[in-house]
Ligand binder design. Structure first.
Ligand SMILES: [Zn+2]
Length: 503
């Protein structure tokens, strides 16, 4: 994501941020529930005579910055979101989310992350379940123990309008956001819980079905392939299938009146762009080379990882974009017709995230540089591809000068604080780290490292140590001192090959 405005160097200005909620979830649940003792009323997969020790699933996945995000004790395979929006002006909706999961321990209860709405019913394996709510934690107690390794389903029915949500990581509103004439969803890192009950951490990736019903003349656009459009008379239902594993913050549902433009990259990747109807032609231009970008990045990083791609423009002027899987979203301020080169770089940035961030996802939010530095460096790679190596070198020099000047406002790339997750350290400084790595190991090794890293962790999760291991394996070099100096040192490391020094 660059939730940011374009600066004079077409790099992104840091966001000013808010609080860190440093609360740590207790790592080990202490409550131990025995299996239910009144067999006549128990619903369980086991014979009623068999005692089964079960515990509540932990209310967080232990992320080092946001320990309470996500939940332990189960693994979600698939979400089906059925949302009927009755009033687009307020996003008043009736929702049913069906979660198909597998227990990873014997569960007496488990948590979901979910904020706002009135919950009318929760069913577990089609049987009514009890539930309690405390801020984003929704604790569900099924009528019987859920046995380890057994699949189960949770159906949550709810109604109301999504509330405003301030992210803990960035000082903008995130989640489902209603504006005059439509709505959009931008959830990184913690906004998904604003519109569906979810195991809200990238560690638990799942596939998705979106069934979104909106009143005429509105339309809906979500991740994945549009499988069906159903005309119900006064309303229309849009059915999307996202069949590749996806992190929860990358789920997006957008409502507006759209011009839909479809095409295909030369390499055969289908592209569909959703523009708000009447968007001027010059604001569509930054997307004109998306097909070329997809094919070029496929050469560099490995095959494009999903079924299709495309962009969606939000009919708002504020500065935000997000690499929502298969359908990146851009506010109008990010595709400023007066800054065509910068706008094209934003388009390249969000596209590159489909490999780095979406296909290879974080295992811990502290490693956000694995997303943002890679996408930022891809802007440089696109510059190199379109304008030559000298222009890339010039881009690197400007970036280095920018980081040196603004150093005090940044964290080292590998050490972002939880309340300033998207500071420029994880974008610009980290992108310099990748360029320095390229000079350190040579072009052939460098691009082999990127490809190998993507291939190895596609559809899964990776940590900084995983990337370093790949870099060392491919290059045959010991690189721990190199990465220590670039990712964790308070001082900007030099790039000797270009004569760049911090002092
Ligand atoms: Zn980004």
């Amino acid at each position: 994501m660059p939730p940011l405005k374009i600066s004079r160097f077409y790099i992104f200005i840091a966001i000013i941020l808010i609080l860190l909620t440093g609360c740590r979830a207790s790592a080990t649940p202490t409550f131990t529930a025995a299996a239910p003792t009144t067999p006549t009323t128990v619903v369980t997969e086991l014979p009623p005579t068999l005692e089964m020790k079960a515990e509540p699933g932990a209310p967080g996945l232990g992320d080092s910055l946001y320990p309470h995000l996500g939940n332990a004790g189960y693994d979600v395979q698939h979400y089906t979101l059925d949302l009927t929006v009755n009033d687009v002006a307020t996003s008043d909706l009736e929702g049913t989310t069906i979660i198909e999961a597998r227990a990873t321990q014997n569960l007496s209860s488990f948590n979901l992350d979910f904020i706002g709405f009135e919950i009318t019913t929760i069913l577990v394996n089609d049987k009514p379940a009890e539930f309690q709510r405390s801020w984003q934690e929704l604790t569900v107690t099924p009528p019987g123990v859920l046995a380890e390794n057994e699949p189960f389903t949770v159906e949550v029915q709810y109604q109301g309008s999504p509330g405003e949500m301030d992210s803990m990581a960035i000082q903008i509103q995130t989640g489902w956001i209603t504006f005059d004439g439509g709505s959009f969803v931008l959830s990184e890192p913690d906004g998904a819980a604003s519109f569906y009950p979810v195991n809200d951490h990238p560690l638990d990736k799942a596939t998705y079905t979106f069934r979104v019903t909106v009143p005429e003349p509105f339309e809906a656009a979500a991740n994945g392939v549009l499988k069906e459009t159903i005309d119900n008379g006064d309303t229309t239902t849009f059915l999307f299938e996202a069949r590749d594993p996806m992190a929860s913050y990358l789920a997006t549902v957008n409502i507006d009146e759209f011009d839909l433009e479809t095409s295909q990259s030369e390499g055969g990747v289908p592209i569909r762009n959703y523009y708000p109807s009447g968007l001027p032609e010059e604001m569509r231009k930054p997307f004109a080379r998306q097909g070329e970008m997809i094919d070029y990045f496929s050469d560099l990083f490995g095959d494009y990882p999903f079924e299709l791609y495309g962009a969606l423009v939000i009919d708002l002027e504020f500065g935000a974009a997000l690499e929502t899987q298969t359908l990146s979203i851009f506010s109008k301020a990010m595709i400023d017709a007066n800054q065509p080169e910068g706008s094209e770089q934003v388009v390249a940035h969000e596209l590159a995230h489909q490999w780095f961030g979406d296909s290879v996802s974080l295992a811990d939010w502290r490693d956000i540089w694995l997303n943002e530095s890679f996408a930022t460096y891809a802007q440089g790679l696109w510059t190199e591809h379109t304008r030559g190596r000298e222009e890339l070198d010039e881009w690197v020099r400007r970036l280095y000068a920018f980081v040196r000047e603004e150093r005090e406002s940044m964290s080292p790339p590998g050490e972002p604080p939880g309340d300033r997750l998207f500071n420029q350290g994880v974008y610009s400084w980290g992108a310099l780290c990748l360029h320095a790595l390229r000079l350190e190991v040579g072009d052939e090794n460098f691009f082999d490292i990127l490809k190998t890293y993507h291939e190895r962790f596609a559809d899964g999760n990776a940590r900084t140590a995983d990337f370093i291991a790949v870099a060392e394996e491919v290059s045959g070099k010991e690189l721990s001192a190199f990465f220590d100096s670039w990712l964790y040192s308070e001082e900007l490391a030099p790039i000797p090959g270009m004569g760049l020094e911090a002092k």
